[in-house]
Design a protein around this ligand. Structure first.
Ligand code: SF4
Length: 289
């Protein structure tokens, strides 16, 4: 099997077998994202996907987790996804979970019944990049969806029985939008109540529209202290029921991890320590990029 690189997967799929069912991202317009800029979006043929699955099963069929790449494989028609999931069941009898990236619009194109049936066929987790709960910021980054869409898409996954893992990006509102980003993001996350919430920190990639805005001075990046203050406001405003929170990605200046609501005060105390010693966390070398 030969991957069409670059290849991306969520950190929690590090030990999964990755099968590309699409190449690139069907949206590919977010101003900060350079992940799939080198790829023209296409859906791979079922025969090519089945060939990859058969080749990998012949080598080792005791795989427990499979991740369907690239950027938003949930864009596939439900019946095509079911065919792939049936093939996975046939070839990988020990597979316990199939994961997949989705855009909000991929989810909204599927009915609640379709999503429930995908769960029955093996989709166990959907990864959704919410990025921000602020409509102004979502529009500014060309996410292609507003906060209402995000809430509806997120709830549809939660109600389908599929686990939902969402991400927000710290600093996405720049200096001017810091408080709005924190407040509005918390509102959207509270409405959805996902199983997992990951908080990344904005990385500026050359070749993206966001990079140009930073270069021309239109978009002002947050200092480490402002990232910590934004994170503090976000956590203060989160009212969740049993959500695993992680902000320990390579993009983050400082590491936070806990389950909400149980660890809320612990996380806020850790942020106080960061804020009281901010010079110890300031510097790009803290990000393992
Ligand atoms: S939807 Fe995701 S993968 Fe596609 S451009 Fe936006 S951030 Fe990148």
């Amino acid at each position: 099997m030969i991957y069409d690189e670059p290849l991306y997967r969520p950190p929690s799929e590090a030990y999964s077998l990755i099968i590309q069912v699409t190449i690139g991202c069907s949206h590919n317009k977010c101003s900060f994202c350079g992940m799939y800029k080198s790829k023209k979006f296409r859906i791979r043929s079922k025969s090519d996907i089945f060939r990859d699955l058969e080749e990998m099963a012949a080598r080792y069929n005791k795989v427990r987790r499979i991740f369907l790449a690239d950027g938003d494989a949930l864009v596939l028609k439900t019946q095509d996804l079911k065919d792939i999931l049936l093939k996975i069941k046939e070839l990988f009898p020990y597979c316990e979970r199939v994961g997949i990236y989705a855009t909000p619009n991929d989810i909204l194109r599927k009915s609640p019944e379709e999503l429930k049936s995908l769960n029955e066929y093996g989709i166990g987790i959907v990864y959704l990049g919410i990025e921000s709960g602020s409509d102004k910021i979502l529009k500014g980054i060309s996410k292609g969806a507003d906060s209402k869409d995000m809430i509806e898409a997120g709830k549809r996954i939660v109600n389908s029985g599929i686990k939902l893992s969402v991400t927000l990006i710290s600093g996405l509102g720049g200096k001017d939008g810091r408080e709005e980003h924190a407040r509005e993001s918390a509102k959207v996350i509270n409405e959805i109540n996902p199983d997992y919430l990951g908080l990344l920190t904005l990385i500026i990639e050359p070749g993206t529209r966001m990079y140009d805005l930073v270069q021309e001075g239109t978009f002002k990046l947050l200092s480490t202290e402002e990232v910590a203050l934004e994170t503090q406001m976000l956590i203060q405003n989160l009212e969740l029921r049993n959500c695993v929170f992680r902000s320990n990605h390579a993009s983050n200046y400082f590491s936070l991890e806990g389950t909400l609501p149980h660890d809320k005060s612990k996380l806020l105390k850790q942020l106080d320590v960061v804020l009281n010693n901010i010079e110890d966390y300031s510097g790009e070398y803290f990000r393992r990029l």
